[in-house]
Structures are given as structure tokens and as C-alpha cells.
Design a protein around this ligand. Sequence first.
Ligand SMILES: [Zn+2]
Length: 181
Amino acid sequence: MRKLRRNLTLSERALIDIITSSIEVYKKETFGLLLGEKHKKHYMIYDVLNFQTAKRSYEWVNVPTMRINRANYVLSHLTDLKVVGDFHSHPDGPARLSGLDKKDTKNSGLTLTVLVVINKIKRKVHGWMIKENNLVGTIGNRYHVKIMAYEYDKKQDKFYQIKIVCSCLKKMNKLKIPKKS
Ligand SMILES: [Zn+2]
């Protein structure tokens, strides 16, 4: 029987942080850590930690394990949350993990990595929704956002795409947006 994969549940706050930081630095890549809990059936992400000083380039970002360990050390003295994954963006794609991304995740010791793909658009395409496991949506008529989650299976040494869940999408679709913004 095929093993049931975990879901990724994002809190509203985590989702907004991920999207904002990815667009803020467009067309550069952003990088951050996902804080929350790893359960048997899902990852629960409450918060994110952005790495302002991460070495950013158009092609890759990297934060060594040492920084993850340090973040975990600090967090353990402040909260119950732990670093359970990381995220980074691909401005204008591609909508898949690169070889280097996979290598970085393996080296980090984390089993969850999230990819945010940002593309410029000329008009709104659709609202916020889960489409083929990915969380997709648009920011006004300017950006298309696609969030993809992957779980690294250490035993099989393989990456699996997992489904994203977020209860705040309906709310985001109902927002009344001021004309001038
Ligand atoms: Zn990448």
C-alpha cells in the first residue's frame, strides 16, 4: 500500500508572510524558515522566519544548517514552535525544485520544503484556491502566486509533492479591495 503523505496546513499569518516576502523581493529569491509542528498526518505551520541576510541571487539562496540550529536554539527558549521546514521563491519560475534545492533540503535535515512561484500578470486570472495540491491565486492584476509543498522521504531518498490546506482562502476571496492601491 502506498504510504499516505502528510498535508501542509498553513495559518493565515504564515501564508500572508510567505506571499508578502516573496513579492517584496521579486525578482530576487526570498528564503525563510517555517515554524510549527510536525504531526503524523500533517505539518502545521503557524509562523515564518525570514532570513533578511540570506545570500540572495537570481538563481539560488542558501542558509546553512548552522543557522537553522541556531534559530531552533533561540526558539526553544521562547516558544513551543520549531523549525519544521523552509521556503523560498522562484521569481518567474520554474515551478519545480532545482537539483540544488533538493540538495539544500537534504543537507538541512528538514523534511518539508515549500516553493513559491511568482509571475507577473496583466489581469486577474482567478481567486485563491487549491488546484492540484498547490495553493494558487493572484495579487490584484499584478502577480500570480503558486505555492507548492514537498516532503522529503529520507528512507526512499525521494521528494513528494504534498497537498496544501489553508482555511483563510474564502476570506481572502471575499476581501473588499479599495480601487486605488
Ligand atoms: Zn529554488
